[in-house]
Design a binder for this molecule. Structure first.
Ligand SMILES: [Zn+2]
Length: 120
């Protein structure tokens, strides 16, 4: 298995994720991402309640998107850690080697195909 291929893929994806996360929120002191309100909207005056609820909805949407990006990022970080610890490519659940075509499709995969079906 050529680890460098996966490492490069993971690092490329990480870069994109961090960029996208940066448009939605910011990292707090504990290293968690937090959604920030859209700056364009914040700059406007709050005129009525409809505006307010629209803003809350927008924030909710950003939070949801941010959370899913953040969980993807944590998978990627974990996979990168595993590469460093030379335990990359082994299923977290059954400890068998993860199929290469599964890693090909998702370099951040932490489980083999069989376990993926069991877990999800
Ligand atoms: Zn497994």
């Amino acid at each position: 298995m050529n680890l460098n291929i996966y490492k490069n893929k993971l690092e490329d994806e990480k870069k994109l994720l961090v960029e996208e996360l940066g448009t939605l929120g910011k990292v707090d002191k504990t290293g968690d991402w937090e959604a920030t309100p859209d700056t364009d909207i914040v700059a406007q005056d709050v005129s009525d309640e409809a505006d307010m609820s629209e803003r809350a909805e927008d924030y909710e949407e950003r939070s949801m998107k941010l959370n899913s990006l953040e969980s993807r990022l944590s998978d990627i970080n974990k996979a990168l850690e595993n590469i460093g610890a030379e335990s990359y490519g082994f299923c977290e659940n059954c400890k068998k080697e993860i199929e290469e075509d599964r890693l090909e499709a998702n370099p951040a995969a932490l489980t083999c195909k069989e376990c993926m079906e069991k877990v999800f």
